[in-house]
Design a protein around this ligand. Structure first.
Ligand SMILES: Cc1cc2nc3c(=O)[nH]c(=O)nc-3n(C[C@H](O)[C@H](O)[C@H](O)COP(=O)(O)OP(=O)(O)OC[C@H]3O[C@@H](n4cnc5c(N)ncnc54)[C@H](O)[C@@H]3O)c2cc1C
Length: 375
């Protein structure tokens, strides 16, 4: 019953052995790191190395809910209040455009079926109304949605779902074909200047891009306190009746979420507030407490009784202000991570922003948007 519901045979990568040189070394082969490598290649930067502790999509990028939601980790009204309208609108606009681009680029993997926010309480219904109004005020598309029990929800028709692991594998294939060297099987133990060391080898790089969401602060201890690791858990069921979840569904402000795959299976995640030790230094393993709460979510909220086939967990990075880290942390060492639970879209932008920053390209609009954050 363990293992992710995404079930992809991930080909093993060669182990880094001995000393090699690279113009850029990217650490982490999830959606962010692979997007960085693809962008570096587009920017015509040669001699690229990518390293992962395990392999392609071994972390959250291959274990997540598969939601593609416009906006950063804060809902739009909260983002406007907290960061100011200019930054909030630009972050929403960039992520919305990025989802459209992903749908064009990966038509077989992306399904723009819309997302639905359902209220978990009366107070949340009011918050949804404010969320809805803020989107309309800024010209974004949002529609009212009546939940199965008559709840007043919010439908964002441009949002969608995708197969996160398959997209990483396809990206890895492309960057490999274009000449990047990819290694796996050993974690990076230390970044010394711009030299990256594993147990069996080292990369002497011009620049290092650390594209790691969960446990980012382990590789870059100076980020301790600015980002913390959080465990998120999911389950997958056997196929159930089609139409059980027609959109990417979430409630309790996104703490719980579910979607139905094209083969009829339900993927259900969340309940981290029902767990114990989900924050701090968790291991990437499902726990009974959260999985029991997910079982209850499945029957009581999703409204389905079905056999559970998979249970799994993944690690992500949360920042106190919910803004991602996308910056040069040390001379020649850049970091992207801390997406606070929603890195599928903004993570791709962050990886590209780092790639542009180190290849002499104009400043990426994500950095402008983050730079416009008030306060
Ligand atoms: C259960 C769950 C559900 C989620 N649902 C959604 C969702 O629906 N929508 C959404 O947008 N986001 C979701 N997220 C968050 C999203 O998955 C992440 O934010 C995103 O995948 C981050 O991508 P990444 O490439 O930055 O990091 P990761 O996918 O974590 O990739 C980092 C890679 O770095 C490697 N690594 C780590 N340490 C080292 C080291 N020392 N040396 C070498 N390699 C190392 C790891 O093996 C991993 O492959 C979810 C996450 C989880 C766990």
């Amino acid at each position: 019953m363990r293992g992710t519901g995404w079930e992809l045979p991930t080909p093993p990568l060669p182990r880094l052995e001995g000393r090699i040189e690279a113009n850029v070394c990217v650490i982490g082969l999830g959606g962010s790191g692979l997007s960085a490598l693809a962008r570096l290649q587009k920017n015509r930067v040669r001699n690229l190395v990518g390293i992962d502790a395990v392999g392609v999509a071994a972390g959250a990028a291959g274990r997540n809910g598969g939601f593609l939601l416009a906006g950063p980790a804060h809902f739009h009204h909260r983002a406007v209040q907290t960061w100011g309208r200019a930054a909030a609108v630009e972050l929403y606009r960039l992520t919305e455009a990025r989802i459209e681009e992903m749908a064009r680029r990966w038509p077989d993997l992306v399904d723009l079926r819309g997302s639905v926010r359902l209220p978990g309480s009366a107070a949340e219904a009011d918050d949804i109304a404010a969320h809805h109004q803020a989107l309309l005020d800024d010209g974004f598309t949002a529609l009212p949605y009546a939940g199965p029990r008559g709840e007043r929800g919010l439908l964002v028709p441009g949002d969608g779902v995708f197969h996160p692991a398959e997209r990483c594998l396809q990206l890895a294939d492309r960057v490999w074909d274009k000449g990047a060297w990819l290694y796996g099987g050993d974690p990076v133990e230390v970044i010394d200047g711009t030299t990256v060391r594993t147990a069996h080898g080292e990369v002497s790089a011009g620049v290092v891009l650390v594209c790691v969401d969960g446990n980012l602060q382990r590789l870059l201890p100076e980020l301790d306190g600015r980002v913390q690791t959080v465990r998120l858990q999911m389950l997958a069921t056997e196929p159930v009746a089609f139409g059980t979840a027609q959109h990417a569904m979430y409630h309790r402000s996104g703490l719980d979420y579910w979607q139905q795959r094209p083969d009829g299976r339900l993927f259900v995640g969340g309940c981290r507030d029902r767990g114990d030790g989900e924050e701090g230094d968790p291991v990437q393993e499902p726990t009974d407490r959260v999985q029991n709460a997910l079982d209850t979510l499945l029957t009581d909220v999703v409204g389905v009784r079905a056999r559970v086939t998979h249970r799994w967990a993944g690690l992500v990075g949360y920042t106190p202000d919910h803004l991602p880290i996308v910056e040069e942390v040390r001379p020649g060492v850049w970091a992207a991570g801390g997406y606070s639970g929603t890195g599928n879209v903004i993570g791709a932008l962050a990886g590209e922003a780092l790639a542009d920053a180190v290849s002499g390209r104009p400043r990426h609009p994500l950095l402008d948007a983050l730079g416009a954050v008030a306060g």
